[in-house]
Structures are given as C-alpha cells and as structure tokens.
Design a protein around this ligand. Structure first.
Ligand SMILES: [Zn+2]
Length: 64
C-alpha cells in the first residue's frame, strides 16, 4: 500500500516534464551541482526546487 499517492504522482510528473538543467547549481547552498528535484508542495507537481544530494537529504529528514 502506498501512503502518499500524491507524492508519487508529483514525482512521476516532474520526472517526465522537468529535467534538471545541465550545470544547475543547488538552489539552497549554491555550492554543489543540483542532483535532485524537491517538491515543496505535492499538489503543485511542476513546482520543484533543484537541490544537491546533501540539501535534499536534510529536507527529507526534517520532514519525517
Ligand atoms: Zn545544496
């Protein structure tokens, strides 16, 4: 059972429509290359932040 269907849907949509631009820097630390897309709001699947692995990890841990 999937507990967060919106999250999955948002991810799938973003994966399909949004590509991380080449050379995109992380929007939080602005030091490392962005490797991840982060959704602030899963009801807005096309609104994402580009983040490095470290910043994304921090956010995910803070949420859960
Ligand atoms: Zn970062």
């Amino acid at each position: 059972m999937e507990r967060y269907p919106n999250k999955i849907k948002a991810r799938n949509k973003a994966n399909y429509y949004i590509k991380i631009p080449k050379g995109q820097m992380c929007e939080r630390c602005k030091k490392r290359l962005a490797k991840q897309k982060h959704h602030e709001d899963y009801s807005k699947p096309l609104k994402v932040e580009f983040l490095c692995n470290q910043c994304h990890d921090k956010i995910e841990k803070a949420v859960s």
